[in-house]
Design a protein around this ligand. Structure first.
Ligand SMILES: Cc1ncc(COP(=O)(O)O)c(C=O)c1O
Length: 474
C-alpha cells in the first residue's frame, strides 16, 4: 500500500503483489525450495554485486510465502489483476510473462481454429503469425496505407476492414495492430463499429499503447471503443520490467475467456517470476498515482518540446498526424535529409552517446518515456541541432529508396502446413522461385518480409540483406 497525498487528502494506492513480496522479505523463512540460489547465496558474487542482494532475495516464484498463484490466479496476484482490470477499464486482466508475445500466442491457440480466416494487417507482429501457426487458422491480409516518404507502414483504414468483411463471410476475427511501432494511430472507433455490425470480434494488439488510458492528450484506447481483447506491453512504455505485459478482456467481450485462460496456462512457465509480476502491479499503481501521472505529463511535454524544436530545424523532420490518422505524441519518428536513419543512429550513438529505440534506412524512432527528464530531452535537442547544422554525409543514402517490403505475398501453402513441412537451407541467391519455410521478420519491429508458404521472388532479395541462407520447403 502506497500513501500519497493529493489536495491534502491521503490516497491509498494498493499494490498487493509488491506488498506481499515486501512482507516475505521482512519475514524470511528457512528456504528448501526453488529457486536454488536461495536468496542469492548460491550465485556468482560478481552477479550479486551487480544486481544487489535485495533483488536476489526477493527472486521467487508463485506458491511460496503466501504470494498467490498465476494460473489459476489466487491471492495477491488475483487481486493485482483485478486492480489492473479496473485501471484499464477491462472486465478481466491477465498478467503475461514472455511479453505480449504470450498473449498473441494464447489468442491464436485458444480462440482461432484450423481453417478459420483471420483478418489481420500484413505488418502485424510475428507473434500473431506464430499464434496462427499453432492453430492452423489462415490470415487474410489487410494492407495498411504506406507512407513512402517515411519508409513505414501507416494506418489501417475502416474502409479496408469493411471491404474485407463484406466480401468474405468466413472471417471469424479481426486482429489489428494499433498504433504502429512508429506511433501511427488508426481509426479504431470506426473499425470497432464495423466489426460490431458484422458481429465479428475485434482484437487489438496495443502493445505500444499501454499509457493511453492515463492521459487525455493521448489517443483513446481500444477498450473504450469496445474491442473484445486488447494487449499491452507494459514493459515497453508503462514502466514494468522487461517481458511483463497484460492482456485485457473487455466488459462485453464476445470471446470465450475460459478458452483463452486455458491457453495462457498451457503457454506460460510454471515458475512465474514474482519480481516480474510485482513490476506489473507496481507499474499499474504508479500510473494511477499522482507521481506517475506527473511522469506521464512530463513525457508528453518533453515530446512536444522535442517536436517543436525539430520544427525549427532545416534538415530534420518528424512524423505528424495527417488526414485519416493520428499519431502518439510520445513516439517521435524522425528523418534527416541526405542521411539514412541508420547513419543518423550511428552519429547519435558514437558522437553523442545517445541510444535510440530503432533505426531503418528511412528514419529513426525516439521514445519520450516516463523516466526521461527534461535535461535528457534538452541534450537530445542540442545534439540534433548540431547534426542539423553540420555536413554529415552518407554514401548509403538513396533518395526515394524503397524502405519497406510492400510486396504482395504469393501464397503457395498454408502457414501451418509450410511451417511443419520438410525443409532445407539454401543460399539466399538460389532461393528465388522456392517457397519460404520460415518467418523472416527483422526485430525490431518484427514485421514479416516472408512467411512460411510464400513464394520467394527476386523482389524479396533487397530486403534480406541480413540473411546469407534461407530455409525453404524441400
Ligand atoms: C505490435 C507488437 N505486438 C507484440 C509484440 C510482442 O511484444 P513483447 O516484446 O512484449 O513480447 C511487439 C514487440 O515488439 C509488437 O511490436
Amino acid at each position: 500500500m502506497t500513501n500519497v497525498t493529493k489536495n491534502n487528502k491521503s490516497i491509498k494506492i494498493k499494490a498487493p503483489i509488491v506488498e506481499a513480496l515486501k512482507q516475505a522479505y521482512e519475514n524470511p523463512t528457512y528456504q528448501f525450495h526453488i529457486p536454488g540460489h536461495t536468496k542469492g547465496n548460491g550465485v556468482l558474487p560478481d552477479f550479486k554485486k551487480l544486481v544487489g542482494s535485495k533483488a536476489l532475495s526477493i527472486d521467487t516464484t508463485d506458491e511460496f510465502d503466501n504470494l498467490g498463484t498465476l494460473h489459476p490466479a489466487t491471492g495477491p496476484i488475483k487481486e493485482a489483476q483485478e486492480l489492473a482490470a479496473k485501471a484499464f477499464g477491462a472486465k478481466k486482466t491477465f498478467f503475461l510473462l514472455n511479453g505480449s508475445t504470450a498473449g498473441n500466442l494464447a489468442i491464436g491457440m485458444g480462440l482461432t481454429k484450423k481453417g478459420q480466416r483471420i483478418l489481420t494487417n500484413r505488418n502485424c507482429h510475428r507473434s500473431i503469425l506464430t499464434g496462427l501457426i499453432i492453430s492452423g487458422a489462415e490470415p487474410l491480409w489487410l494492407v495498411p496505407k504506406r507512407f513512402d516518404d517515411w519508409g513505414i507502414w501507416g494506418n489501417i483504414t475502416p474502409e479496408s476492414v469493411e471491404e474485407a468483411l463484406s466480401s468474405h463471410d468466413d472471417i471469424s476475427m479481426v486482429w489489428i495492430t494499433n498504433p504502429t511501432y512508429e506511433g501511427v494511430v488508426s481509426d479504431v472507433k470506426s473499425i470497432s463499429a464495423i466489426c460490431k455490425k458484422y458481429r465479428v470480434p475485434l482484437v487489438v494488439d496495443e502493445a505500444h499503447a499501454c499509457l493511453w488510458n492515463f492521459n487525455k492528450h493521448l489517443p483513446t484506447p481500444a477498450l473504450q471503443f469496445g474491442a473484445d481483447i486488447v494487449i499491452h506491453s507494459l514493459h515497453k512504455t508503462g514502466g514494468s520490467m522487461s517481458q511483463s505485459s497484460m492482456l485485457h478482456v473487455s466488459e462485453n467481450s464476445m470471446i470465450d475467456a475460459d478458452a483463452l485462460e486455458k491457453s495462457l496456462k498451457l503457454l506460460h512457465t510454471t515458475s512465474p517470476s514474482l519480481i516480474l509480476l510485482a513490476s506489473l502491479d507496481a507499474a499499474r499503481a504508479n500510473l494511477e498515482s499522482p507521481k506517475g501521472k506527473k511522469q506521464l505529463e512530463r513525457a508528453i511535454s518533453n515530446a512536444k518540446y522535442l517536436r517543436s524544436e525539430i520544427d525549427k530545424m532545416e534538415h530534420i523532420h518528424h512524423l505528424k498526424p495527417d488526414f485519416g490518422y493520428m499519431t502518439d505524441v510520445t513516439k517521435v519518428f524522425i528523418r534527416a535529409d541526405g542521411l539514412s536513419g541508420k547513419r543518423l543512429e550511428s552519429i547519435l550513438e558514437i558522437e553523442f552517446g545517445i541510444e535510440v529505440e530503432s533505426a531503418s534506412d528511412a528514419g529513426l524512432l525516439l521514445l519520450s518515456n516516463l523516466g526521461n527528464t527534461r535535461s535528457d530531452m534538452q541534450y537530445l535537442v542540442k545534439c540534433l541541432q548540431m547534426i542539423d547544422q553540420s555536413h554529415y554525409s552518407d554514401i548509403c543514402y538513396l533518395e526515394n529508396k524503397k524502405h519497406m517490403p510492400m510486396l504482395t505475398p504469393i501464397i503457395k501453402m498454408s502457414l501451418r502446413e509450410a511451417f511443419y513441412s520438410e525443409k532445407e537451407t539454401i543460399p539466399k541467391d538460389l532461393s528465388v522461385g522456392r517457397i519460404s519455410a520460415e518467418v523472416i521478420a527483422e526485430c525490431p519491429p518484427g514485421i514479416a518480409v516472408l512467411l512460411p508458404g510464400e513464394l520467394i521472388t527476386a523482389e524479396h532479395l533487397p530486403y534480406l540483406t541480413d540473411y546469407d541462407f534461407i530455409e525453404v520447403i524441400k
